[in-house]
Design a protein around this ligand. Structure first.
Ligand SMILES: Nc1nc2c(c(=O)[nH]1)N[C@H]1C(S)=C(S)[C@@H](COP(=O)(O)O)O[C@H]1N2
Ligand SMILES: [Mo]
Length: 353
């Protein structure tokens, strides 16, 4: 199996490699990893989840207590907001993600709503601030110094029945890279919402204003700032694999499409440049939060370079643009991406199928 494509070793950050997208669930070892700081290694026995702030009863839950809550599982496609940053012009500062900062996993654990019910949030609580165990210096923070990876989310998102604290990934306890022993999973949201190594939940009456809420994971378009939230509609071509050589004739093109704003309603394929788009056939996604498979067949008679493009539309009516709005930190690039293949002359006498 090919290894993830490491884009940085310290801290470890890696993309899913393009030959690992054949299955709905990405092999665990191939799932992309995005970490802002050194990976914290938490002791399972000593682990406590502290839940405080605007609550009736502050609590410190150990792993056993957490795992006694009703089990919940979800298959979730997760994309880093910085995926395809390298496709933006000019290239924004930040990790140089190509197109592999996306993957799908089956997460198992408990609903965050069930965890919160145990502490009885006060009526004043409007947000849940989720804090990871990782931290490090950030000189550009509004209050320069050491910051933790922490994110706030509205109580409605936190108590949504699909928002979970995951304890397992694809049936195994979480690995350190993916947030052991407990991580948040917020289906439909870009990766940053899925806080790893969760050690604290704070119920708050105010909007959270931490570094990773206000200074990162925001669309900064000429000083106009909006938070990065749900995944924009997007698609990818997985077969043929980029750079592959295929024989002339009938070619079956396959891929995935996903959106955090609703189901995929249409995927189109264009062969070459121009605006001749043909409808692809959609498959059934493996659950409401997993990407949708699609395929289309095209006939290519001429050997040479072949450029393929796919374009998805979701149930909100949003379609992938040709160019995604540039923003200073390079987030949310869901533009149609040309993928290059090569067509070789079909072997003499070969059936044209
Ligand atoms: N504590 C913590 N959680 C985190 C991060 C982090 O740096 N620290 N990175 C986030 C980002 S930007 C992404 S894209 C996802 C990636 O999850 P993965 O590494 O399991 O693929 O984790 C999110 N959760
Ligand atoms: Mo991310």
């Amino acid at each position: 199996m090919s290894e993830p494509r490491v884009i940085k070793t310290d801290p470890y950050n890696a993309e899913t490699s393009s030959d690992q997208f054949a299955t709905t669930v990405t092999p665990t070892a191939a799932h992309y990893v995005r970490s802002n700081f050194d990976l914290p290694v938490l002791d399972r026995d000593g682990y406590r989840l502290t839940i405080g702030g605007d609550v009736q009863h502050e609590q410190h839950l150990d792993l056993h207590t957490l795992s006694q809550l009703p089990a919940f599982e979800a298959r979730v496609t997760m994309e880093c907001a910085g995926n395809d940053r390298l496709g933006m012009r000019p290239i924004p500062a930040g990790e140089p993600w190509a197109s592999g900062a996306v993957a799908t996993a089956t997460w198992g654990g408990v609903r965050l709503a069930d965890v919160l019910a145990r502490v009885q949030p006060l009526d004043t609580a409007r947000e849940v601030i989720v804090t990871g165990a990782d931290h490090g210096p950030r000189d550009d923070a509004l209050t320069p110094g050491v910051v933790s990876f922490a994110r706030g989310m509205p109580l409605e998102v936190a108590t949504h029945p699909d928002t979970m604290l995951a304890l397992t990934m694809n049936g195994e306890p979480l690995s350190v890279a993916h947030g052991a022993p407990v991580r948040l999973v917020v289906p439909g949201w870009y990766g940053m919402a899925n806080v790893k190594w969760v050690v604290g939940l704070t119920l708050s009456r105010e909007r959270f204003v931490g570094y990773f809420q206000q200074q990162r994971y925001v669309y900064d378009e000429g000083g106009m700032i909006r938070p990065v939230t749900r995944m924009r509609v997007k698609s990818m071509i997985t077969a043929p694999v980029e750079g592959e050589t295929v024989s002339a004739g009938s070619i079956t093109v396959r891929g995935w499409a996903w959106s955090g704003d609703g189901g995929i309603t249409r995927v189109e394929l264009a062969v070459g440049g121009g605006d001749a788009w043909q409808d692809a056939t959609l498959g059934t996604p493996d659950g409401p939060h997993a990407w949708t498979p699609w395929q289309a067949t095209c006939v290519v008679d001429h050997p040479g370079r072949l450029v393929l493009r796919s374009r998805a539309t979701d149930s909100s009516g949003a379609t992938q643009p040709d160019v995604s709005p540039w923003n200073r930190l390079g987030y949310g690039n869901n533009a149609v991406r040309p993928v290059m293949m090569h067509v070789s002359a079909s072997p003499p006498g070969a059936a044209n199928d």
